[in-house]
Design a protein around this ligand. Structure first.
Ligand code: FES
Length: 107
């Protein structure tokens, strides 16, 4: 399945990249940006980012199930990704609340 139509990246490309990234010592978090850089591709429109995150999570789950990568490294990376997502959601909530307040004040 093609995940990114701008850079023509499939779910298998992402799965291989996640395996390579997570197999390296001191593996960085496999964010979409890290995965795209590993594949030597660039994000253009970023429309695929949510789907890419889902594919990355699925790839990490498969690697953990296959025990091809240390499960502790995968669990730590997953926890960090969840914290990043929580911070992003909190920032988004603040932005939306601020916009709603400004709209209410302007009306
Ligand atoms: S669809 Fe992936 S960057 Fe546009």
């Amino acid at each position: 399945m093609i995940v990114c139509s701008c850079s023509v990246i499939s779910d298998r490309d992402i799965e291989r990249a996640v395996f390579d990234i997570m197999s390296a010592p001191d593996a960085p978090l496999p964010t979409p940006g890290v995965v795209f850089r590993h594949l030597k591709k660039k994000m253009n429109c970023c429309t695929c980012a949510p789907v890419a995150v889902g594919v990355i999570y699925a790839a990490m789950d498969r690697l953990a199930a296959d025990t091809r990568v240390c499960p502790f490294v995968l669990a730590e990376a997953r926890a960090k990704l969840i914290r990043l997502e929580e911070r992003r959601a909190a920032r988004q909530h603040i932005i939306e609340t601020t916009r709603a307040t400004r709209r209410a004040t302007a009306a």
